[in-house]
Design a protein around this ligand. Sequence first.
Ligand code: SF4
Length: 637
Amino acid sequence: MSSGYAGSILIIDLTDGTWERVPLDGQEMFIGGRGINTRLLSDRSRPGLDPLSPDNPIVLGAGPLIGTLVPTACRLSVEFRNVITSGLGSGNAGGHFAAEMKYAGYDHIVITGKAPGKTYLYITNEEVCFRDAQEIWHSDTWSTELAIRSREKNLRLRTMCTGQAGINGVAFASIVVDRGRTVGYGGGGAIMASKNLKAIAVHGTGPVEVAHPKELLNTLDRYMKTTFRRSKAVQAHQRGGTLLPYQSAGSSRPHGVRNMSDEYWPDTATASISREEFDRDYVVQRKSCFACPVYCSSLYEVEGIRTEGFHANSFRAFGSNIDATSARGAFLANALTNRYGMDGDHTSSVIAWAIECFENGLITTADTDGLELRWGDIDTVITLIHQIARREGFGGRVLAAGLHEASRLIGRGSEKLAMLIKKNGLMEAATRTNKGWALGIMTSTKGGGHLRGAPGQEAQAITPEQSREIFGIDHLPEPTSYDRKAELVVWQERYKAITDSVGICIFSTGWSDVELAPVPFLCDLLELVTGISWSPEELMRAGERIQTVERMYNLVHGGFDRKDDMPPRKLMDTSVSDGRYRGEHLDEEHWNRMLDEYYRLHSWDIPTGQPTEHALREIGLSNLIESASGAGIELPQ
Ligand code: SF4
């Protein structure tokens, strides 16, 4: 086994309480982390199975750079079948869990089956212990880790767990890693609970070998001095996490406002949840992930509840998307979703939808058990968060099912207000203004979200020389233009698949600052750590393969194709109301042309958006032709 990799996959069967260690393979095709995870998931998934069936696996992956000194190499990839969509469920969390996995001797962990009783797993170098979780079954995500540390008498172990939301079957329950890090999309917390699995704890003490340690140190030293520490994006994240750069732009940046009905939020509103106030009133301590000098996260406390990580997404989820301007309320709402273990984005999208329905008379107090739902009323939002997590009242009866199902349950035209893509609730900014960003979100293989192909580069000040060198595009057009954006999205999809698979954080990549972690540099790092050489073309080809396996997974298991890459009508029918981007919206004809180009660049079938047999063969994925055929799907030639 080459250096960098631990060399093993741990396969755990919860039903029998057995485990085995099998040799790792597939690095040359899928790199590691998210890439090998996706292949492992795809190989083990049968079409038509309920996502909560014991036969569906949860797959964890720690890429080859994790456990070394490479900055930000800490990301844990988790893949599973999405509870809401039946397509891909996927997320990527920071913290220390992935490094502990590597030190315990595993690149990947595959968990199948259903334990006979409430269980948590304790994984060390030597063994896998199946422990009784009855006492902690109803604990929140924070208390769960503390209780397991105390029971195992090991303060160094790290956990991933499900909170009360998962235990109570909330469709958008998240997996919480290291207390403050989240695998949000897809209902992973509900899948863990369906397996009678409360938590996985891991602690390892083994080494991660590095092929060329001296050269790696020299390369990293140079990179830190000349690039990483000088990056304005890194410096901004060091000063104030993702919140500071997002919020300090005020109304001059596009937001997501009132259930994504607008993208203009006035300066007075954006200033109301300020980073300065956050630091002054709520922060206990700044925090960072394994091997990361950035410290973009914070431990904070509000009304006696401690939790970690109030980011730009949290600002949008419990600020602009519900038009609320209470810093205290936003921090409390975010802390509760974290402690209960529920995805903040989806929580915001389903609550914002309910408020818009109420404001428009589509639902009344007769539906909500007397609750008045109004824009800006953060206290009612907090009440709904409690209801959802505990499965009580209107929140527990309707909203906990997820936005797609909730809008189906209510009906009465409320479906038109549901901001859905591939059945997932959307809670995004800039989807009318930044056209490449919008395309990346709508085509994301996670089913929405800006952490796949949405190109952060679109809003960066990139010189024509940089653009030519990196993307092969002479001049990057304005964010509001549709021109050349499909190229940018396809590039970002492949690049993100690589960075997730090697295991580094998105904030230290070209997505944040185009000078960070260019593809040739990633090739150098991989060679120095693993001893395996990659050319930039080969690495981008691996990224293409990973992206394509995920697209195929969504087609075979979720039935998603071109029709599911269309944005919600609201983004086409209503425009930005004011400010710098006044009048911006998505135009259907332009969108379709951009989508055509996106499929053409992928060599996928333009009318359906399905990968063709030819395209699959070209990148060594002909096995997926048979899987599609087994599911009754005849792919275009
Ligand atoms: S930049 Fe922030 S999220 Fe990323 S690895 Fe560092 S501390 Fe974690």
